[in-house]
Write a protein that binds this ligand. Structure first.
Ligand code: SF4
Length: 272
């Protein structure tokens, strides 16, 4: 499989994690071409091993089993600082500095300090570049969270039962996630919907009820785009099916809804 030809037909267990592996070698990686954030310079907190507080059945990182024998080691703040400083001072084109992927960034033991570090370096070297966070909503009560310009929170379900089956949290509950989202005043939600016996589409009506409660400014809808664990019965939605979901959300809420589909554009692989 060539990265620049990756399509939904490429799904198979051999490809799991293939798109993230090249990015894992350094605390700062990219910039990569992001569907949402253009040239996105990524911050990677994991130096060795893998742990996420969720184990989503569609997780494209697919790292739980691959790294199970490795001790978990986070990058030191000083390592992230050196990497980020070097890249921001280099004058290359960077549209966003993003804490994302590969695990849940708020699991970083010094996440509050990481926010300060990233925003301070941004202010010094690239003051017009926004910062972003992709999170599953595990912990959003950091006092300085509002220093981050764009926060995208994952929400794929409407009931605790589906949350346990689909996102498979090791620690956390749906209730905790909703409380964290509402308390943090986060206004952008990203949601994946998939068909199949293990999919979450049957929970869509309950999801709408939760969305009404959260009242986000924007919802980003997508479906399976990368390789996933084949032992689950999961199938991507068509664009038309995503449009039906989008219309249903718009009918019930005031949120802007955006659909994200195939990550390949102009021969490049787009992520996030
Ligand atoms: S929260 Fe993200 S990294 Fe963690 S299991 Fe789910 S998809 Fe994978």
């Amino acid at each position: 499989m060539k990265n620049n030809n990756m399509t939904i037909e490429c799904f198979n267990s051999e490809n799991i994690g293939s798109y993230v592996k090249p990015f894992r070698k350094t605390p700062v990686y990219g910039p990569i071409d992001s569907r949402r954030l253009d040239k996105s310079l990524g911050i990677n907190i994991l130096k060795q091993g893998y742990y996420c507080n969720f184990s989503c059945i569609y997780c494209e990182c697919g790292l739980d089993s691959q790294f199970k024998n490795q001790k978990l080691i986070f990058y030191e703040l000083s390592e992230i600082k050196d990497g980020l400083k070097k890249r921001l001072a280099s004058n290359e084109k960077i549209d966003t500095i993003t804490m994302s992927g590969m695990t849940e960034p708020t699991l970083y033991p010094k996440f509050g300090k990481l926010i300060d570090l990233v925003t301070d370096l941004r202010d010094t070297y690239s003051p017009n570049t926004p910062t972003a966070l992709f999170t599953n909503g595990y912990k959003l009560d950091f006092k300085n969270l509002n220093k981050i310009d764009k926060i995208f929170v994952k929400l794929d379900v409407g009931t605790e039962e589906m949350f346990q089956r689909f996102n498979r949290p090791k620690i956390s509950t749906l209730n905790n996630t909703i409380k964290q989202i509402i308390k943090s005043n986060t206004k952008m939600i990203q949601s994946i919907f998939v068909k199949g016996a293990d999919g979450n589409i049957s929970d869509f009506d309950n999801y709408i009820k939760l969305i009404k409660q959260i009242n986000p400014d924007e919802i980003q809808l997508y479906t399976l785009l990368y390789a996933y664990n084949e032992s689950f019965d999961l199938h991507p939605l068509s664009i038309d099916e995503l449009k039906v979901l989008s219309n249903e959300i718009k009918k019930n809420t005031n949120s802007i809804v955006k659909i994200y589909t195939n990550p390949v554009k102009e021969g490049k692989i787009f992520v996030y």
